[in-house]
Design a protein around this ligand. Structure first.
Ligand code: FAD
Ligand code: SF4
Ligand code: SF4
Ligand code: SF4
Length: 384
């Protein structure tokens, strides 16, 4: 019987799934089992769309379709949590399994606080996350830094601090993430600052860090974070859908060291980004937001932002349709509304057509507030 707190190597017994999966297919195997055993009514995962740079969120109820979602898309910057809020009417009273990176997980916790989802109905299969790369800059990086046509890349991965691309002819090329990021490429800026690398508030947290020996590349390191996660894993093992063995103690140590070094890297980027901003925070915000076109994408995508309609019903207390150039109060209202609970998911910045560094502003404010107030980002005392 699997228990909360256990650390295991896990892999799927489904030979077809193994071929498509990133590291042994425990995640996809568990999602498939959750559907087959009716532990969930549907699964929300991402699948490759047109190409590697196109991560398409997909809602699945047929277990066979899980195979199409196996594998990691590091240029997939979609945030699962706010999407779920849109499915809520269809999902009322139903159980949903979802793959979550750290930011997706925090988004769910924020949605739950706002009464938008009931966590009892959500099974969160977490994936560790060193960071993701925006698709358009990612393609540019591959063309300019690797000298490769991005359309010829058949697989990308981030491993041992390197961005690695594999080409159709079987060769691969790699460049250190540090070099790429120093040159202005690499992970999104919010990901560089992110310190929620192992999503322990999900039901289980899965990743490749700490998988060593003959299981390297063939199994996923699973940390069991809740009783719900332990129950699913116990049943999947009993049904012979998932195989497990205790994680190698040396692997546990390596994983902890890797996480610690990612925290240090996150701190380095926070220092760099925030210290450049802090002397003129409000002046910079005023200057940068002046080019806002009021498209409201930053509000639509934000998992902590749910404007409340005002008494006139055609606008909200935060968003007042109106003139351009934008009224500065729009941004001050938005920042006042979200900064205390901003999870640094980067969606606002990612979707802003005017390339305003919105996540940087709200993350900087949230981080400063966190030095005085609880709950701190990623450390909230939520229960599963
Ligand atoms: P699979 O069975 O292949 O299933 C993978 C699941 O991930 C699928 O359900 C798929 O829908 C989902 N998925 C793929 N791309 C995304 C995406 N962009 N957003 C949300 N869901 C997605 N592990 C580490 O230990 N260290 C890391 O630094 C690390 N970085 C990662 C960065 C990203 C962007 C992603 C997506 C994963 C990362 N992982 C990392 C996790 C690792 O790559 C594997 O997903 C994990 O080991 C599970 O392997 P698996 O074979 O069991 O997964
Ligand atoms: Fe991963 Fe954090 Fe970036 Fe989310 S914000 S994609 S969890 S590094
Ligand atoms: Fe994410 Fe931006 Fe909202 Fe913060 S403000 S939670 S970074 S979308
Ligand atoms: Fe303005 Fe950018 Fe937000 Fe659109 S996404 S409303 S342009 S700040």
């Amino acid at each position: 019987m699997v228990k909360k707190g256990e650390m295991l190597y896990a892999w799927t017994s489904d030979a077809g799934l193994v071929k498509k999966a990133e590291c042994g297919g425990a995640v996809s195997g568990l999602l498939k089992f959750a559907l087959e055993s009716k532990a969930v009514d549907a699964v929300l995962a991402v699948k490759k769309g047109y190409d590697l740079y196109d991560a398409v969120p997909t809602l699945i109820s047929d277990p066979k379709e899980i195979d199409n979602t196996a594998g990691s898309l590091h240029c997939g910057t979609v945030l699962m949590s706010k999407l779920v809020a849109s499915y809520v009417p269809q999902m009322a009273g139903k159980k949903l399994g979802v793959v979550v990176k750290g930011c997706d997980m925090m988004g769910f916790l924020e949605l739950a606080k706002r009464g938008k989802v009931n966590l009892d109905n959500v099974l969160m299969i977490g994936v560790n996350c060193g960071g993701s790369v925006s698709p358009v800059p990612g393609r540019k990086m591959i063309r300019e830094k690797f000298g490769v046509d991005p359309d010829t890349v058949v697989k990308e991965e981030i491993d041992r601090g390197k961005f690695i691309i594999k080409l159709a002819d079987g060769t691969h090329k790699e460049i250190s993430m540090d070099d790429l990021e120093d040159a202005g490429y690499g992970r999104r800026s919010n990901c560089r600052r992110c310190k929620v690398k192992i999503p322990r508030q999900a039901d289980i947290a899965c990743g490749n860090w700490g998988v060593i020996g003959d299981k390297k590349g063939k199994a996923t390191f699973v940390e069991v974070c809740s009783d719900k996660g332990a129950d699913l894993l116990t049943k999947a093992v009993a049904a012979k859908k998932i195989a497990v063995e205790p994680a190698d103690p040396k692997g546990i140590e390596i994983r902890a060291k890797t996480e610690a070094s990612m925290f240090k890297l996150g701190d380095k980027w926070r220092k760099r980004d925030f210290s450049a901003l802090s002397p003129n925070l409000w002046e910079t915000i005023a200057k940068e937001t002046a080019r806002c076109t009021k498209c409201y994408a930053c509000i639509d995508k934000c998992p902590v932002c749910f404007p409340v309609a005002d008494r006139f019903k055609h606008s909200s207390t935060m968003v007042r349709p109106g003139t351009l150039p934008v009224d500065q109060m729009f941004h001050l209202r938005r920042l006042a509304h979200i900064s205390d609970s901003c999870i640094n998911c980067g969606q606002c910045e990612e979707c802003c057509p005017m390339e305003i560094p919105l996540a940087l502003f709200s993350h900087a404010i949230r981080t400063e507030a966190d030095s005085f107030f609880e709950p701190k980002l990623g450390k909230a005392p939520y229960t599963n």
